[in-house]
Design a protein around this ligand. Structure first.
Ligand code: MRU
Length: 353
């Protein structure tokens, strides 16, 4: 198991702590999310981010909400509303709804069976831990499957952060890179800085550097050049929600990389735990794309404005990569290949591909 010192989500003495990723790479600070409102704010403001990590935080968030209810009123009430509230924090990553729905299913079944509130609370805690452990295990398997697609010394391009910070343990798209490092693969990784919030420069570069991976940060607009120069043998990207036909939403800019990869004959792999597959979304058209405040473009993080105050900004946080540009989808149940409507159905039916 990967031994990193930066768990994005941590439960200690039944209190929830989140690594404040807005402060990285300069400061490593945990914040306590003591209420469901704190969890909502931490997700919305990107203290915790990355699809699986958001789901794990939301799973614990539901437990925290129930615990506070029970302590304050002697009764767990309003968990459905708390779940609705959490699901509104960010719309694109389906892991959030996945975790909330798992918790509500546990709660409703036990409540209807007349289980005591103290026992329900205990089960909600156990379910949150199970969601967390499932993601950890998925990342480990995804890392193994992903590594089977790669060869030592390869040049690999990645976008945003789909590592341990965005998930747990090895991460998804960065999983085979971390695992390859442990096994002496000596990859040469190019990390897109990932405007506007710089998850690539701040988080991926930091995370890979911690693991002694050879990582080079590039501006997003350099990706085509590094591909043309022959530096890139494979592109690895995470996913926030994959539709049943294999269209996958990920950080804004991902789809452009996939289109370029096709032009340059470079394989484009998407790393997608089953908690990120939404079979109710038929195509990418059904995936809601979060649009964030334009201020993120204007001021970035902690800096002076870089554009006039009164111009408009358009700040979609994700885009959808059409399935035709995705060479393979790496899940914890194996590597899905086109046609994805068939291979993903198999994955979700619980069989291996
Ligand atoms: O806005 P973010 O930082 O939450 O966006 C994260 C991504 O786009 C990741 O690539 C995605 O969540 C996959 S994480 C395994």
């Amino acid at each position: 198991m990967m031994n990193n010192n930066y768990e994005p989500v941590r439960l200690e003495d039944n209190r929830l702590f989140l690594l404040d990723q807005r402060k990285l790479p300069n400061h490593m600070e945990y914040l306590e999310a003591a209420t469901v409102e704190d969890v909502y704010d931490a997700i919305k403001d990107l203290a915790v981010r990355g699809a699986p990590a958001i789901g794990v935080a939301a799973g614990y968030g539901m437990y925290i909400a129930a615990k506070n209810d029970l302590n304050q009123s002697g009764h767990i009430g309003g968990l459905e509303q708390d779940g609705e509230f959490l699901m509104q924090s960010r719309p694109t990553a389906v892991n959030l709804a996945y975790a909330v729905k798992r918790q509500l299913k546990v709660y409703e079944a036990l409540r209807d069976a007349g289980t005591s509130e103290v026992d329900i609370l205990q089960k909600l805690l156990e379910e949150a831990v199970a969601i967390h452990h499932k993601e950890l295990e998925s990342c480990r398997r995804i890392a193994e499957y992903g590594l089977s697609l790669l060869k030592p010394e390869m040049g690999i391009l990645t976008h945003c952060n789909a590592g341990g910070l965005a998930t747990t343990g090895y991460g998804t798209a960065l999983g085979p890179i971390h695992l390859g490092q442990e096994r002496g693969y000596n990859f040469h990784v190019y990390a897109d800085e990932t405007r506007p919030l710089l998850q690539g420069a701040r988080l991926t570069a930091w995370e890979l550097h911690q693991s002694d991976v050879d990582v080079t940060v590039i501006c997003d607009n350099m990706a085509s050049l590094v591909m043309k120069e022959g530096r890139i043998d494979a592109i690895v990207a995470g996913c926030d929600r994959m539709a049943a036909n294999g269209d996958g939403a990920n950080k804004i800019g991902t789809s452009g990389l996939a289109i370029l990869a096709k032009e340059y004959g470079i394989p484009f792999y998407m790393f997608v735990p089953t908690s990120t597959i939404d079979m109710d979304a038929h195509t990418g058209e059904d995936i809601p794309i979060e649009c964030r405040d334009g201020e993120e473009i204007r001021t970035m993080w902690y800096l002076e404005p870089m554009a006039p105050a009164d111009v408009s900004f358009y700040n979609p946080a994700f885009d959808v990569t059409d399935h035709e540009y995705i060479t393979a989808v790496v899940t914890e149940k194996g590597i899905a290949r086109p046609p994805y409507s068939e291979s993903l159905r198999k994955v979700m039916e619980d069989s291996h591909v």
